[in-house]
Design a protein. Structure first.
Length: 365
């Protein structure tokens, strides 16, 4: 650890501060913490940006001012930046390619909210298959005529198709396969069949998953590759009795195509936690369907997850600044350039991270 007071400069943009992050980093005499606001004038922001070594950034694209998204324009103002760390597992606000070209390491807090999101997936699945939402609306509006109209199905023994078998997808597989003895299919092009089996799933092609699954759960990050991955063609492959659930990111599924699939009874219903515009307007076309369960990107927002994510973020930030190995790297190819810049800045070389089975997939999926 450096003995120079405040030799390591970290900043974040209020109110996007992980729980406990400031408290943990504030205990270190060699770390200076700076806070910016979304609407700070350039004269206030520039000195902080130009001196910063690390940026703890929001994962929520529409709550963070666009000029604080970590892209090429932003990076022009941060010549000393070595590390970008997202508050959550998502990294919509970060341009990985731009950071890699600048020798900047990007990490996230993958796994910190996996339990919360996986539980949300199963909750939506159960509400859909047992028609809880539809019955709730009918009762509240006085439209219930016969409870037989809301006869549902059991989840037990059905087939779930999971798109993206990372931290969340893996937990969804474990819960659905264990609790409900479901057959678990997974589409993840960056995992081998053996890796998928180790995570409780059968590796299949996306089209095969869509044709066979009673539930389709989207649990992959938003990338150039996954943007609009689920559209009209994909919904047409699903069973008319199947349900679509997404707790990943908006733009992975085509909202207009989903509206068409529901309107034409191509699928049985949907559970939606993520949107192209967040929060979605009350008159959003998908809100008009009784067989659609909605939430406002809250799947991972639990008290337990927020504490865990804050701890992950603080510990990983300090490990990175101390040159210790870090695990949740999103752009592993940057390591040689990052290590050189780090050593030039702090006078010692960072320790290489341990090998990760997902490293080959990080910058793609």
């Amino acid at each position: 650890m450096s003995n120079v007071v405040n030799s390591k400069r970290v900043f974040w943009v209020s109110p996007h501060q992980p729980v406990g992050f400031v408290e943990m980093l504030g205990k270190r005499d060699d770390v200076r913490l700076d806070k910016l606001e979304n609407d700070n004038p350039p004269a206030t922001a520039e000195p902080i940006l130009s001196a910063a070594h690390a940026y703890q950034t929001s994962s929520t694209r529409q709550e963070l001012a666009r000029h604080y998204h970590t892209g090429a324009d932003f990076l022009k103002h941060t010549p000393n930046l070595l590390l970008v760390s997202t508050n959550g597992a998502g990294y919509d606000t970060v341009d990985l390619k731009a950071c890699t070209e600048r020798g900047i390491l990007v990490v996230n807090q993958a796994g910190g909210n996996a339990e919360s999101v996986a539980e949300h997936v199963l909750g939506m699945m159960l509400m859909l298959v047992k028609k809880v939402g539809e019955c709730d609306r009918a009762l509240r509006s006085g439209a219930l005529k016969s409870r037989a109209a809301y006869t549902g199905h059991e989840a037990f023994g059905k087939t779930i198709g999971i798109v993206g078998l990372g931290s969340v997808g893996r937990r969804v597989a474990e819960l659905s396969g264990g609790l409900f003895r479901m057959q678990v299919l997974a589409y993840d092009p960056y995992l081998s069949a053996q890796d998928a089996r180790a995570r409780g799933a059968e590796k299949v092609a996306l089209d095969d998953l869509l044709r066979r699954a009673d539930f389709v759960s989207i649990n992959c990050p938003l990338t150039d590759e996954t943007r609009k991955m689920i559209g009209a063609r994909e919904y047409a492959l699903m069973k008319p009795s199947a349900y679509f659930v997404t707790t990943a990111r908006g733009f992975i599924h085509d909202e207009a195509a989903l509206e068409g699939a529901l309107r034409n009874n191509k699928i049985a219903g949907a559970g939606l936690d993520v949107w192209e515009e967040e929060p979605p307007p009350a008159d959003h076309p998908l809100m008009k369907f009784d067989n659609v369960i909605v939430s406002a990107h809250t799947a991972g927002v639990t008290k337990e997850a927020r504490v865990r994510m804050g701890q992950f973020a603080a510990e990983q930030m300090l490990d990175a600044l101390d040159g210790k190995p870090v695990k949740r790297i999103l752009n592993p190819r940057v390591w040689p350039d990052y290590a050189k810049r780090f050593e030039k800045t702090f006078g010692f070389a960072p320790q290489s991270p341990p090998p990760e089975p997902n490293w080959h997939a990080s910058e793609k999926h």
